[in-house]
Design a binder for this molecule. Sequence first.
Ligand code: PEP
Ligand code: MN
Length: 260
Amino acid sequence: MTTERLGQTIIAGPCAAESRDQVVDIARKMSERDVRIIRASWWKPRTRPGGFEGAGEAAASWAAEVTRMGITIGTEVLIPDHVRQVVNGVAANRGIPQNILLWLGSRNQNHFIQREIAREMQDVPPEVKLMIKNQPWGDERHWLGIVDHITNAGVSSDRIMLCHRGFDPYGRENSRGLRNLPDWEMAMRVKEKTGLPMLVDPSHIGGSVQNVFRVTQEAIRFPFDGFIVEVHPDPTAAMTDAKQQLGTEQFDQMLKIIRG
Ligand code: PEP
Ligand code: MN
């Protein structure tokens, strides 16, 4: 029998929401596996112009359908207006706006924007949670500072969770070829200092399917409060992060590692 570690959250789903069928299909598959939170970003910040920037508000009706299945839908928000677009978009499509998780991604490091996003959180249902991912560079003070910017703007700590997604390896030893380097000790210190739940994102740390498994094996040695994993119904056809997204059978192997 598998027993999930107490209080562990599992968030799974595609990097980006691409189509209604992709989002609803993965939500069905994940709910069959007792995963209650689906990720599928409506917007994708890109390193270079020309790539897929996300379906944007077109994802509202797909997300609404997922919330009606009793599942929470999660997306990154880049600007304050995105908060309202997601919540109002889900509500306007007969969805359940309480079943929403939003997050600040690693690239979003303008504290004026972070603060405005936090302020928007006060005008949406209190059940809507905000996940804060670490910034790309390995600075503990900065990560703690984002949390302070958000809480000082009035978001209560019971609506916040944190996520370690590794730090950019630029200029650092990276013999394992990871996309981002974990700092497990720092993640644990930040969890301790803030008292907030700390999730881990082995997908953006790993960068490839094989690495995602390796990173997960390492992460389970630490008391993380959950995992966020990229899973796609057809990873080879994914419009973003194709190399690191797991297929559903690979995700089943992952669940065995996570759930023990
Ligand atoms: C994501 O989770 O969709 C993402 C873009 O990750 P990060 O901000 O950690 O790079
Ligand atoms: Mn991704």
